[in-house]
Ligand binder design. Structure first.
Ligand code: FAD
Length: 392
């Protein structure tokens, strides 16, 4: 570890690794630090990801693909099934990943591009000069350190502190948080090519439960619930009830809990010498909770903006505002639109949800290919009224 780099990236999740890789590919000296001793663990993720979006950042390596997905089934509160498939059942629309291997591979790609990667190394505060970020203080294997860098990228996940240390309000309000619980189950009867989603107030208030296959008889089974919409204490209780009813006799290999931000785009995600990416910038999709692709996309944009800013010798807030603009024009537009949709869906009671799914069915929406629905939801350019007019 040196005492000065061009860019320090804090956090080696998907956003940090892609930010570090991009900046290193541009010829910058990059340090990527991760506070945990192992990159990728523990996994707090359903690990589902759309194929075409992922291909923009990496070739697909079979060693981190657990399941190839070609369909989705949505279950309404009254138990009716709404199924979306590709015409060709061999089509790979998405994957359920093994993020322990995937995250490590992404960090490896940053290292291969020239970034220095350090685990067990935690940022504890920011170095500031005249109100501008100029490095970090941290602790690495028990040793305190200070490292200077004109650009720090805060890729430190949903519990991010980098933004707050730099003076950006990233407080996640209770009403903007979905609390989630997930079991990795084995010994279950599932369709390994299909992701299932269950809706209803008794299953997952304000959100949904998911079953994402990880092989032929294993799956990530989890749920989120809007913290503001339940008086019961913990999503684990809901999940236990769901699993007992849906998968009796199954065994739990892993249990995790986590938070997904359900909010509109933050008004500002950079300042002089600092950019926030991925979950740290609250860039996960408020409708689906998906955040891997936005994390990687924002990581790439931040790496490119860092390279341009450093080359021009201007890492001021106004220079790095180019990052905010590009994010708002792409991921930000998708988030703002899907936040509005999420608010509508989360307020639907069970009978409205039953009517909603009944309407979709009666309009023949099951014949629509899943790829079309997925592309629509994640397409930043598709206005809300167009989505609604396609449904009704
Ligand atoms: P993270 O992956 O959280 O990485 C941040 C890293 O920063 C961590 O490794 C952390 O240890 C490190 N770090 C934090 N502070 C410091 C510090 N001070 N110093 C050094 N390192 C630090 N998204 C999907 O696309 N598909 C899904 O199926 C899906 N399912 C989900 C299920 C659950 C239960 C949850 C909670 C989330 C899910 N998500 C899903 C969201 C997805 O996991 C996140 O959006 C994604 O991991 C964000 O990536 P990131 O790189 O921004 O942050």
């Amino acid at each position: 570890m040196k005492d000065k780099y061009d860019v320090i990236v804090v956090g080696a999740g998907p956003s940090g690794s892609i930010a570090a890789r991009t900046a290193a590919e541009k010829g910058l000296e990059v340090l990527l630090i991760e506070k945990r001793q192992e990159i990728g663990e523990p996994v707090r993720c359903g690990e589902g990801v759309p194929r075409n979006a992922l291909l923009k950042f990496t070739d697909i390596d079979p060693k981190w693909v657990c399941s190839k997905i070609s369909g989705a089934r949505l279950f309404s509160p009254d138990g009716n099934k709404f199924e979306l498939r590709e015409k060709n059942s061999d089509t790979e629309l998405g994957y359920v990943l093994d993020r322990k291997i995937f995250d490590r591979d992404m960090a490896r790609s940053a290292a291969n591009a020239g970034a220095e990667v350090m685990v067990k190394t935690q940022a504890t505060s920011l170095l500031m000069d005249k109100g501008q970020v100029c490095g970090i203080r941290g602790i690495s294997r028990g040793e305190c350190f200070e490292i200077a860098a004109p650009v720090v990228i805060g890729a430190d996940g949903v519990e991010s502190k980098i933004g707050r240390w730099a003076g950006i309000d990233t407080t996640l309000k209770l009403k903007h948080a979905a609390t989630c619980a997930q079991f990795h189950l084995t010994g279950i009867d599932i369709d390994p090519s299909c992701c299932d989603f269950y809706f209803g107030s008794s299953v997952a208030p304000g959100c949904y439960a998911w079953v994402f296959p990880k092989g032929k008889d294993e799956a990530n089974v989890g749920l989120g619930m809007l913290a503001s919409m339940t008086d019961r204490s913990h999503p684990i209780q809901y999940l236990t009830e769901f699993v007992n009813a849906r998968f009796p006799g199954s065994s739990i290999l892993e249990s995790v809990a986590g938070i997904v931000p359900v909010q509109d785009t933050l008004p500002c995600i950079s300042t002089g010498g600092m950019m926030l990416t991925g979950d740290a910038a609250r860039l996960s999709d408020p409708l689906t909770g998906a955040g891997i692709i936005s994390a990687m996309a924002s990581g790439r944009i931040s790496g490119n903006v860092a390279a341009d800013a450093i080359r021009s010798g201007d890492v001021s807030a106004s220079s790095l505002a180019a990052y905010d603009r590009e994010i708002f024009d792409t991921i930000g537009r998708m988030i703002s639109r899907n936040y509005k949709l999420a608010m509508v869906v989360s307020r639907m009671n069970d009978s409205s949800l039953n009517i909603f799914f009944g309407t979709l069915k009666s309009r023949g929406m099951e014949k629509v290919p899943l790829s079309f629905v997925s592309d629509t939801i994640f397409n930043p350019g598709m206005p809300l009224f167009k989505i609604l007019s396609k449904i009704f």
